[in-house]
Design a protein around this ligand. Structure first.
Ligand code: BJW
Ligand code: ZN
Length: 244
C-alpha cells in the first residue's frame, strides 16, 4: 500500500456530486480493523479448527446445533465489544454528500452503528433469531446467549437469523440490491473475497449497467478483474481517501 491515493481515485472523488448514485458492497474485510475475523484466508479465520463453510450451513446446524451456536455466541461477543472503524465512518459521511446505498454481506451491524441509513443486510443479522418451530423472528442481543436458546412463545429451538449456504437471500433484499447495482454510476466493493454468490454477482450487474467500478482490498479478490480501479491496503486507511 502507498500512503497516497491513486490519481484515478482522486479524479473520481473530485467528480462526485450530490446527485451521484453510489452503491457499495461490503464484506468481512471492512470490519477486520474493528477486530472481527474474516471468513477466508486470515490467521483468525478458523474457529476451533472448523472452517466457516463447515459451520454456516443448515446441515451443520441440524447435525450439531450446539457447536454452531457456540461459534455464533463467540462472534456475538466479539461484535458486541467492537466499534465501527474509519471505513464504516467514511461511508456514513459519504451519505451526506452523495446518494449512497450500502449492501453489506456482514451480519455485524457496524454500518448502522457508524450512522449509515437504509443498509441492506444481504446475509441477515447476527442479532436476529428465528424459531424453527413457529417461525417467530426477533432481535436478541444477549451475550452470552443461553445454549441452546429456546423460543419464548413455543419453546422451539432458535437459530441465528442469517443466511447460510444453500439458503435464499430474502427476496426484497435481493431485489433492492440488484436494483441498486443496476442504477448506480459508481459501484464500490470493499473487503470481500468475491467468492460468495449472489452477492459477488452484483459487481457484474453494476459493470454491465455502465457503472465505474472501484475496489478496496488488502489483496486482489475473485472479482478484481471486473474493477476499473483497485486500491490496495486496509480499508480503514484507504477508504477515507474517498472523502478527504
Ligand atoms: C480486507 C482487510 C482490510 C481483509 N481491508 N480488505 C454461483 C456460482 C457458484 C456457487 C453459487 C452460485 N450462486 C450461488 C452459489 C452457492 C453459494 C456460493 O456462493 N458458493 C460459493 C462458495 C461457491 N451461495 C449460496 O448458497 C447463497 N444462496 C443462494 O445462492 O441461494 C440460492 C440457492 C439456493 C439453494 C441452492 C442453490 C442456490 C447463500 C450464501 C450465504 C453466505 N453466508 C455466509 C454466512 C453468513 C452468516 C454469518 O456471518 O455467519 O456469509 S458465508 C460468509 O461468506 C458470509 C460472508 O458474508 C460471505 C462472504 O465473505 P466475505 O465477506 O467476502 O469475507 P472473506 O473472508 O471471504 O473475504 C474477506 C476479504 O477481505 C478478503 O478479500 C481479504 O483480502 C479482505 N480484507 N482485511 C480491506 N483490513
Ligand atoms: Zn416458536
Amino acid at each position: 500500500m502507498t500512503d497516497q491515493p491513486p490519481d484515478e481515485l482522486v479524479a473520481l472523488r473530485d467528480r462526485l456530486t450530490a446527485e451521484t448514485r453510489i452503491t457499495v458492497l461490503t464484506g468481512a474485510g471492512i470490519s477486520a480493523a474493528s477486530g472481527i475475523p474474516t471468513f477466508r484466508g486470515g490467521q483468525d479465520s478458523l474457529w476451533q479448527n472448523h472452517r466457516p463453510e463447515e459451520l454456516a450451513t443448515p446441515a451443520a446446524f441440524n447435525r450439531d446445533p450446539e457447536l454452531v451456536w457456540r461459534w455464533y455466541d463467540w462472534r456475538r461477543g466479539l461484535i458486541a465489544q467492537a466499534e465501527p472503524n474509519a471505513a464504516h465512518r467514511t461511508l456514513a459521511h459519504l451519505q451526506e454528500r452523495c446518494q449512497v446505498q450500502i449492501v453489506t454481506q456482514n451480519v455485524d451491524g457496524l454500518h448502522d452503528r457508524a450512522g449509515s441509513r437504509n443498509v441492506l443486510e444481504f446475509h441477515g443479522s447476527i442479532w436476529r433469531v428465528r424459531c424453527l418451530s413457529c417461525g417467530r423472528e426477533e432481535t436478541d442481543e444477549r451475550v452470552p446467549i443461553p445454549i441452546l436458546p429456546r423460543c419464548a412463545q413455543c419453546h422451539g429451538l432458535l437459530r441465528p437469523g442469517v443466511v447460510w449456504f444453500g439458503e435464499s437471500i430474502a427476496p426484497e433484499i435481493l431485489d433492492a440490491s440488484v436494483d441498486a447495482a443496476r442504477h448506480c454510476q459508481v459501484f464500490v466493493v470493499i473487503g470481500t473475497s468475491g467468492a460468495v454468490y449472489p452477492a459477488a454477482g452484483l459487481a457484474t450487474v453494476a459493470r454491465e449497467s455502465g457503472a465505474r467500478t472501484l475496489e478496496f482490498n488488502l489483496a486482489p479478490s475473485e472479482i478484481s478483474s471486473q474493477m476499473d480501479i483497485f486500491v490496495p491496503g486496509s480499508a480503514a486507511e484507504t477508504l477515507p481517501w474517498l472523502i478527504d
